[in-house]
Write a protein of this length. Structure first.
Length: 119
């Protein structure tokens, strides 16, 4: 069974940065990041298609977040800059099949890592 493990969450002030990491037990063709704020539904954040390098971001994070593949084959990152309290959420990486940025495409979920942004 493929597994995904997130790391890198933490607490920062408004304007701060964090880098989340996602590690898989084997190669995956398409990785997505999702988040769920307290009392809200889980929402998509970004994806990367690993063969083409295609990336996609939701409007609320575009220009602030960057999704990338690491040097190691089975590692991916979400660099988050200029964070604000609205970014506070549990962040999950997910294997997507097909490679679409929506919850219905999630094949495997990670366990999540918490990001808290204070003003």
């Amino acid at each position: 069974q493929e597994q995904l493990t997130e790391s890198g969450g933490g607490s920062v002030h408004t304007g701060g940065s964090l880098r989340l990491a996602c590690a898989a037990t084997k190669g995956i063709d398409c990785i997505g990041w999702f988040r769920q704020a307290p009392g809200k539904e889980r929402e998509a954040v970004a994806l990367i298609a690993l063969i083409t390098g295609r990336t996609l971001y939701v409007p609320s994070v575009k220009g602030r977040f960057n999704i990338s593949q690491g040097i190691a084959e089975n590692e991916w990152y979400l660099q988050m800059n200029n964070l604000n309290p609205e970014d506070t959420a549990m962040y999950y990486c997910a294997a997507l099949s097909p490679c679409l940025l929506k919850i219905g495409s999630v094949d495997i979920w990670g366990q999540g890592t918490l990001v808290a942004v204070s003003s």
